[in-house]
Ligand binder design. Sequence first.
Ligand code: GUN
Length: 284
Amino acid sequence: MSAIIIDGAAMARQVLDEQKIRAAQLAQQGRVPGLAVVLVGDDPASAVYVRSKTRACREAGVQSFDTRLPAATAEAELLQRIDALNADPRVHGILVQLPLPPHINAVTVLQRIAAAKDVDGFTWRSLGALLDGHAGLAPCTPSGSMLMLERAGVPIAGRHAVVIGRSSIVGKPAALMLLERNATVTICHSRTVDLPAVTRQADILVCAIGKPRMVTADMVKPGAAVIDVGINRLPDGKLCGDVDFEPVRARAGWITPVPGGVGPMTIAMLIANVITATERAPLC
Ligand code: GUN
């Protein structure tokens, strides 16, 4: 068997085209969607991510407002900037790029973002809505992963989904979204005993570990859908996922590649969240 490759780049283009239509409808009513991206410091990987997000905004007809601050910026200054963006009616979504410099408390900063503008879905209000099964502004990586499963026609209801990773940004929300779609869900993590024995039971395997090629073919049930959330840089500079792609591809039913899988979908879902936030924003 050779798995169907779920082409995240192509699917993301399709999602962005759909957002372009929604954005144009809003613009006709004089409501141009706006995303504020805040980047603190000069982490090169973050700069690359921010450029991709700004480009996606342009393509979809979303106005972007960039705030670049030096690495030494005080937390209080950053909080003031967020307050100003919370109050700015042109801004419908706010994204503070992570990681933040170590002297800044990321939790304090992220929780300062107004829930209505929380397009990353990281505030406790957004995560609480997700926990309680309400459609809010959901975290983009897991929602992109779900859309990939849905559009690829992977059956979810009643299937066993195993998520490796328990972060608040990916693992836990992915598990909640799978549960909402009636999967039976197991969350694995660094203390899980006999991980391969658990992952081999998975009809859907979501890998959000951050370790290059850790998920090997012997850990995968034949015919499973494998979603690779990892983006790891190898010593030679190339990108790879958490999944050992070629051998796993030979065994799985569906697989997402890295690059060109979950990454572009994450950005497309961010833009979708910005447009949803604009649609919900009170008219002023
Ligand atoms: N850094 C890496 N991924 C993300 C993300 O999805 N959102 C934010 N804000 N920062 C990130």
